[in-house]
Design a protein around this ligand. Structure first.
Ligand code: FES
Ligand code: FES
Length: 247
């Protein structure tokens, strides 16, 4: 009896601890119950069936009926990829080149990415800025507006093909002399357009014509003044040869 009297505080403590433990367990159960009641499954969403009517408009996945494993399917996709690849053959800057590309590949991307000729720039990809101008069979074209497959079989000259044995083309030299560039991003397209312009007009250019013909080339830096000066200067130098070429 004496021993029990001495131990009653510890017994009360054990009892309190038991009560606290039970209470905690109960609140955990309660929260789990509340969560399960409020989660999406119990908002009635699990009873909503997918609207299969909408699924009919989705593209069907075509599985090769002969495919036995997923590797067969992968191989089938690769074959399909090869089928849609096109072979492009060009003569670029006097060199015969060829390469495979997707049919949708633009000429500018073929030149830059397949041939590594990054002098031709992409400023807009939408036929506006003229940074991508190259010569195709002697005429200036915006290479972002032509598919590589369309150009197949033609002769292409890019900015890299203008200099001769390390000597700048007269138009390049004139741009350098008259500071016809600042950042230089538009310059390859400007130069290629100018070369074509001078040869088309047989060296017979005036400022108005140059400004009009540069309509399709956008420069964000120079204000065009020095570009026009450079083209007119190159025109003077090339007059003789340009006349002969035009005749
Ligand atoms: S990139 Fe071709 S016109 Fe701009
Ligand atoms: S020099 Fe910079 S865009 Fe023409």
């Amino acid at each position: 009896m004496v021993a029990l009297k001495e131990r009653w505080p510890s017994l009360i403590l054990v009892f309190v601890m038991l009560v606290v433990k039970l209470w905690r367990k109960k609140s955990k159960l309660r929260s789990a119950l509340i969560f399960s009641q409020n989660c999406c499954c119990n908002f009635g969403l699990n009873s909503v069936q997918p609207n299969t009517a909408n699924l009919t408009s989705l593209p069907k996945v075509v599985v090769d009926p002969k495919a036995k494993t997923s590797n067969d399917t992968v191989r089938a996709w690769r074959r399909r990829e090869e089928e849609i690849m096109a072979k492009v053959k060009l003569t670029v800057n006097g060199r015969a080149v060829s390469g495979d590309c997707e049919e949708r590949t633009l000429l500018v991307h073929f030149i830059r990415e397949k041939l590594g000729l990054t002098g031709t720039h992409v400023g807009c990809d939408t036929n506006q800025c003229g940074a991508c101008v190259v010569h195709m069979d002697g005429k200036s074209v915006k290479s972002c507006s032509i598919l590589a497959v369309q150009a197949s079989g033609s002769t292409i000259t890019t900015i890299e093909g203008l200099a001769n044995n390390g000597e700048l083309h007269p138009v390049q030299a004139a741009f350098k002399e008259h500071h016809g560039l600042q950042c230089g991003f538009c310059t390859p397209g400007m130069v290629m357009t100018a070369v074509d312009m001078i040869s088309r007009h047989g060296g017979d250019l005036d400022e108005k014509t140059v400004r009009h013909e540069l309509d399709g080339n956008i420069c964000r830096c120079t204000g065009y003044h020095n570009i026009v000066k450079a083209v007119l200067s190159a025109n003077e130098q090339m007059r003789g040869t340009a006349k002969q070429a035009a005749e």
